[in-house]
Design a protein around this ligand. Structure first.
Ligand code: CTP
Ligand code: CA
Length: 237
């Protein structure tokens, strides 16, 4: 899409968008990470800026992506650093979009020196749960620490299994997280359990569900922003 053909419907809006994967260090040279490329979050940030928003992109590990034009980029490594940055920039934002792949766990201890191979079999790695950034934002909004009008958007990649299909898991996740919109990608072998060819859904807290047929990350980003736009509080005048 040409930038000059896009709606300028986000002018004056402040958006915080997280992207990429977090890296949880084990020792000075090793980390636990994930395969998130950051492309979806970057596409969202680029399009939102083109539609006039004032965008802060909180970027974890991303696959050599070029920073989008006219976007403030804050770089982080760990889930804890991402949480600090998201919480800091969420204050005063109109919407927060959590497209980052945040590690659920981190190594419980961080070795200050490189872990040596040694002679015997290795120890297992003890893990500690990271805070859920998205759920924390929803809680802060409920308790008044975050403005009531802040729109909160989550992402989920789901597979179906013998206990339920993608939509069943996604609906449960939306309810558990309490966000306003959940962008669901159907991934992996579980897709075979699905009844149609859609690659995902946009689930809203009001119960509305929109199928998202396969498309580019840029097209997905447009659809997410289109769904987000009417949820934003009326602009100050
Ligand atoms: N998320 C977050 N903080 C975490 C983990 C996840 O903010 N510590 C956010 C992600 O950025 C995403 C949403 O929560 O927007 C859903 O992530 P997902 O991993 O699908 O949810 P989990 O609750 O971690 O459930 P699962 O057991 O399926 O991983
Ligand atoms: Ca997770």
């Amino acid at each position: 899409e040409r930038a000059d053909a896009l709606p300028r419907d986000l002018v004056g809006r402040k958006l915080v968008i997280s992207a990429g994967g977090t890296r949880e260090p084990l020792d000075p040279v090793r980390f636990l990470g994930n395969r998130s490329s950051g492309k979806q979050g970057y596409a969202l940030a680029r399009l939102a800026a083109q539609r006039g928003a004032d965008v802060t992109l909180i970027a974890g590990a991303v696959a050599g992506l070029t920073d989008p034009a006219a976007v403030d980029v804050v770089r982080v490594q760990t889930a804890a650093q991402m949480q600090d940055a998201v919480v800091k920039y969420a204050a005063g934002a109109d919407a927060v979009i959590m497209s980052a792949a945040v590690a659920d766990f981190r190594p419980t201890t961080l070795a200050t020196t490189k872990i040596k191979k040694g002679a015997g079999e290795p120890d297992s790695i003890a893990l500690t749960k990271n805070d859920d950034i998205l759920a924390g934002l929803v809680e802060a909004r409920t308790e008044g620490g975050l403005s009531a009008g802040t729109v909160i958007v989550g992402f989920a990649a789901e597979t179906g299994d013998e206990h339920g299909d993608v939509l069943t898991y996604a609906r449960a996740k939306l309810a558990r997280k309490g966000c306003d919109l959940l962008v669901v990608n159907a991934v992996g072998d579980g897709k075979a359990f699905e009844v149609d060819n859609n690659d995902g859904w946009l689930l809203a807290a009001d119960g509305s569900e929109t199928a998202l047929a396969h498309g580019s990350k840029s097209l997905m980003a447009s659809r997410v922003l289109d769904a987000l736009r009417p949820l934003l509080a009326p602009a100050d005048r």
